[in-house]
Design a protein around this ligand. Structure first.
Ligand code: ADP
Length: 274
């Protein structure tokens, strides 16, 4: 009885020191075996978390490195006199620094959302005026997309009980993506259907669609189907991760349906007031 318990104590101390540990043998009397099984499960979960942490650090460093390297290259060229501090060069540098700022802001926001640090300021929010507001903002942000924006919301849609700014953020992220990824002549439609104390708000586009494999990963931070395409459009790869955190903080779900060549629909479930 004592030997497996001693092994467990040694392994637990090793976990405490952050060391890598071998699997414990799952054998012996029932209680001892169950304890070893539970320990092994915990060990596996810790390994998974460590992997995620390493991946996150690598992704963040990679994302920060790109605009910083571009800025540095321009500054070096300016100092060497290879480039002139003309309007065009300064504009390129401004775009890179804006991207850096956006990336850091979004990362901070995501980390606050994930740690539950941001309290939701819930109120009754009518979706129709909010959707119109986001349409106007998208039209200002992307003046020439050649994509039609439309909404088809029921006249008697009840208000959602949610944080207005956060719902605005989700709608903006979903609509901005839809407009960015839909080619000229396409259409983006917002619909809403109430059911069982919540409303499903759907943003559907006639864009290229997403394959089943990518679909299961698009809500992960930094996952992009086409990395360079997203970057060129000013994408950070975090918009959908933020949208997911916001919707989940409201107790809802967010999901996407799509087929390559047949457009995509992103649906978020928001609570209505009791
Ligand atoms: P990004 O800043 O790259 O848009 P997001 O987290 O918002 O980051 O989206 C992740 C990826 O999901 C995008 O890079 C794109 O590949 C894919 N995606 C998101 N929305 C759409 C859409 N409406 N149509 C096609 N692909 C999309």
């Amino acid at each position: 009885v004592a030997r497996p318990l001693r092994r467990l104590a040694v392994a637990a101390e090793a976990v405490g020191r952050g060391e890598e540990i071998a699997r414990l043998p799952e054998e012996g009397p029932t209680d001892i075996r169950r304890t070893a099984e539970a320990f092994n499960r915990m060990r596996k979960e810790l390994e998974g978390l460590e992997l995620l942490r390493r991946e996150l650090v690598a992704n963040v460093s990679h994302e920060l490195k790109t605009p910083i390297s571009a800025l540095r290259a321009h500054l070096e060229n300016l100092l060497d006199g290879v480039e002139q501090p003309d309007r065009e060069t300064l504009q390129i540098m401004l775009v890179q620094s804006e991207r850096l700022g956006r990336l850091v802001d979004q990362l901070l926001d995501l980390s606050r959302l994930e740690s539950g640090d941001v309290p939701l300021e819930r109120e009754m929010v009518d979706l129709a005026p909010l959707v119109s507001q986001v349409f106007s903002e998208i039209q200002v942000a992307r003046p020439e997309p050649g994509v039609t924006l439309a909404d088809d919301l029921p006249g008697d849609l009840p208000p959602v009980f949610a944080d207005r700014e956060r719902v605005h953020q989700v709608l903006f992220n979903l609509l901005d993506n839809a407009v960015r990824f839909t080619p000229m002549g396409g259409r983006v439609t917002v619909t809403a259907s109430p059911h069982n104390g919540s409303i499903d708000v759907a943003v559907a586009d006639t864009g290229p669609g997403i394959s089943a494999e990518d679909l299961s990963r698009v809500f992960e931070r930094f996952y992009r189907v086409d990395e360079s395409r997203s970057r060129d459009d000013g994408g950070t790869g975090i918009g959908l991760a933020i949208a997911r955190s916001v919707v989940e903080a409201h107790g809802g779900r967010i999901w996407a349906d799509s087929e390559p060549g047949r457009g995509s629909t992103f649906t978020s479930e928001l609570p209505v007031a009791c």
